[in-house]
Design a protein around this ligand. Structure first.
Ligand code: MG
Ligand code: MG
Length: 593
């Protein structure tokens, strides 16, 4: 299907928006009137610019407050419309969006609305233009799509149809099934937006919180299925008013937007994406550091042993049981020193996983590698984290990534551990994009988003996981951009016995994050503990949480660069990440700086 985007969905000047839309793969745009008014380019040049970029102008919008008014007012409205139609002809746009009136002058009279929209359509027809009438959710008398359609139907004019907007329909709780009663050729346009489920004034909700399909709580795909059953063959067009997108760079937003439509088309059976290849485990986490010493000391204290060294790069493999960390001391690409730069995902079919990622607009990373190195497919996540798709070693067609490493004589000697979860920090404006990326590209499921109070802001965090929990990635975002370094990434190691692991870590010279006594005093009020159990937690800084499925005990190391470790003991049924303890942890980390 053709894809289109309203210029209001992107930041920047009109030409910046057009360029971003074209680069991201859109075939058309809706020109939002304010973008045109503010542009120094005359309409003919905008038309030429779009043509150069391979973009059609699918819609000009919006024309407001036209219908169901007294005759003298309608005459003035027609004059205004004539002016816009002349402009549209220069622009080369053949469909105009007319929103249902919000004017106090409007009259509650469907017959009058139909008659006047018919007149408007006759005028539009003279200019070769079609009128798409849309019910705003806050329209004065027309606020539902079926009402708008009844008026369009009553007008019976060939140049008058309806525009469906998923936000206006779903925010009102209207049943989209009725869309199937509208003939496809009378649906002149389809605008798509999702939104988080919020209980608030619908106008404010629409103007500030719309998001791309798959990023909110609406069943946009369900609505699109109803629309497609009518035979609608126009574009899928995104119209998203969003405070974050207004500020974020247009290029990445446009990519995020286009990805959302690719995923949506797949969901409605109209796409051609390679199927998802869900990762089956974490092969490794890669830390880059300009200074190997503190990280090596930390890994050593955590019971990791350096077991191998890359044949052609300054990269060491550290292992503790199933947990594998690559320590890369090559030129650190991150501006801020030690950090989590890459994740190796065990994949049943690395090449197919990379193909899907590429089809979903993930940048494929060029690998600088020696001729004898194992070819690893890798893509970049929106935050720049490199994702490697690693063979599990059981498939002869895909060599094991460990073949690049020569064993070193060190012996791993501590009890087993594996990576429980990895926590990544997203740029402030990429939270929804990151979630959709990991869900769609990797086929992971997103858990609920949680808000976490930090002494100096608010964090949001959302985990994406595979079905058996062997891949868990927590995507977090801080409220203030400047706080990025503090909301550090972390690697959580699952151990059999967190008390033993914490003691061993401390005995080996490791420093645990101290937790205030008030926290443990409160734990005593909330839960019952065996004799001495709480004292042990208090001593080691172990935090405690419990849900319907079991118990979660965890503690933290001090931060090195931008990264710290967490030791966790997770009951198999526990689903969370200790989110309710996170404010205490964050405060302790602030205090320890
Ligand atoms: Mg709309
Ligand atoms: Mg954690």
């Amino acid at each position: 299907m053709r894809t289109s985007i309203a210029t209001v969905s992107l930041s920047g000047s009109l030409t910046e928006k057009l360029t971003a839309a074209s680069r991201a793969g859109f075939e058309g745009v809706e020109i939002f009137e304010n973008d045109l008014l503010a542009s120094p380019l005359p309409p003919r040049e905008i038309r030429a610019r779009c043509a150069d970029l391979g973009l059609s102008i699918d819609l000009y919008q919006p024309v407001r407050d036209i219908e169901a008014v007294p005759a003298d007012e309608f005459a003035r409205n027609l004059r205004r419309a004539r002016h816009k139609f002349a402009l549209m002809r220069e622009l080369g746009a053949d469909t105009v969006l007319v929103c249902s009136s919000v004017s106090p002058a409007a009259i509650d009279d469907d017959a009058l609305a139909a008659e006047q929209l018919g007149h408007l359509a006759t005028l539009a027809q003279d200019f070769g233009i079609r009128v798409a009438y849309e019910a705003l959710a806050w329209g004065r008398y027309v606020s539902t799509y079926d009402h708008a359609w009844r008026i369009v139907e009553a007008a019976g004019h060939p140049a008058l149809g309806t525009c469906l907007d998923s936000f206006h329909i779903l925010s009102r709780g209207s049943d989209p099934k009725g869309i199937e009663d509208i003939p496809g050729e009378k649906i002149f346009f389809l605008q798509l937006a999702d939104a988080p489920l919020l209980a608030m004034d619908v106008l404010q909700w629409s103007r500030h919180y719309r998001c791309f399909p798959g990023q909110g709580g609406f069943d946009v795909a369900g609505l699109v299925r109803h629309v497609l059953r009518t035979g609608y063959d126009g574009p899928l067009s995104l119209e998203v008013f969003n405070d974050v997108f207004r500020q974020a760079e247009a290029g990445p937003t446009a990519v995020d937007a286009h990805r959302s439509l690719l995923v949506l088309q797949e969901a409605v059976g109209a796409g051609e994406l390679p199927p998802p290849v869900v990762p089956t485990g974490i092969a490794f986490a890669e830390l880059v550091t300009p200074d190997a010493e503190p990280v090596s000391a930390l890994l050593g204290a955590l019971g990791f042993a350096r077991t191998a060294r890359h044949r052609s790069k300054p990269v060491d493999l550290w292992e503790r049981g199933e947990a594998r960390i690559l320590l890369n001391t090559g030129p650190a690409v991150r501006r801020d020193g030690t950090g989590l730069a890459a994740i190796g995902l065990e994949s049943p079919d690395p090449r197919a996983a990379a193909r899907r990622a590429e089809a979903l607009l993930a940048p494929v990373l060029p690998r600088r590698r020696a001729p004898e190195d194992v070819p690893l497919a890798a893509v970049a996540a929106p935050d720049g984290t490199e994702l490697f798709f690693c063979a599990t070693g059981r498939d002869p067609e895909h060599p094991d990534w460990r073949a690049d490493f020569a064993e070193t004589p060190d012996e791993p000697g501590t009890p087993a551990a594996r990576i429980d979860h990895l926590a990544l920090v997203q740029p402030w404006h990429q939270y929804d994009e990151a979630t959709l990326f990991h869900r769609s590209v990797l086929g992971l499921r997103a858990q609920e988003s949680v808000d976490v109070a930090d002494p100096y802001g608010l964090l949001r965090s959302r985990a994406v996981t595979n079905a058996d929990g062997s891949v868990r990635i927590a995507l977090g975002v801080g409220a203030a951009p400047a706080d990025d370094t503090l909301h550090a990434q972390h690697i959580a190691l699952a151990v059999e016995d967190v008390v033993a692991a914490a003691r061993a870590f401390r005995a080996a010279g490791g420093r645990l994050l101290p937790i205030p006594a008030n926290y443990h005093d409160d734990l005593a009020a909330r839960y019952e503990f065996a004799d001495g159990e709480l004292d042990t937690y208090r001593d080691l800084g172990i935090l405690y949480d419990r849900d319907a499925g079991g118990v979660f005990r965890h503690c933290y190391t001090r931060t090195v660069g931008r990264v710290f470790f967490e030791l966790v003991q997770r009951d198999p049924g526990y689903r969370g990440y200790g989110a309710q303890n996170a404010p205490v942890r964050l405060a302790a980390q602030h205090a320890g700086r």
